[in-house]
Design a protein around this ligand. Structure first.
Ligand code: FE2
Ligand code: FE2
Length: 129
């Protein structure tokens, strides 16, 4: 079973581009997670690279939107992104294990609900008022 399951109740931001990216990110992450936890690690480095590239694109998107809206929590949010990127950038496929990938899952379970979801109402207010 997938470790990260996107639902609007838990992860929805009501910002379509971000919700779409989070769904794709979960798909890539779940595939990586399953591979790390399986006996067969064929293609692991490629999956890790795909995930890292997608994370970089996603963080760029969110940071651009937050800058454009003059979001007051931009600096702290970007610091969380930078720290996660440094973490995933420092690990190669042969250093990936259940503990590491479990920590990454926990990061998403916390970051999206507590840091991403709050930008939704701010962004919508600026776009639509
Ligand atoms: Fe996000
Ligand atoms: Fe974020």
């Amino acid at each position: 079973m997938a470790v990260l399951n996107w639902t609007a109740e838990q992860f929805g931001t009501d910002v379509d581009i971000c919700d779409g990216q989070h769904k794709e990110l979960f798909r890539l992450f779940n595939d990586l997670y399953d591979t790390v936890n399986s006996g067969d690690q064929t293609g692991l480095q490629e999956k890790l690279d795909l995930f890292r590239d997608f994370v970089a694109d996603h963080f760029k998107t969110e940071e651009r939107l937050m800058r454009e809206m003059g979001y007051q929590y931009y600096e702290g949010h970007k610091a969380q992104h930078d720290s996660f990127q440094a973490n995933i950038g420092s690990i190669q496929a042969d250093g990936l294990n259940s503990d590491v990938i479990g920590g990454w899952a926990a990061w998403w379970l916390s970051h999206i609900p507590s840091s991403d979801r709050p930008y939704g109402p701010v962004l919508r207010a600026i776009n639509w008022d």
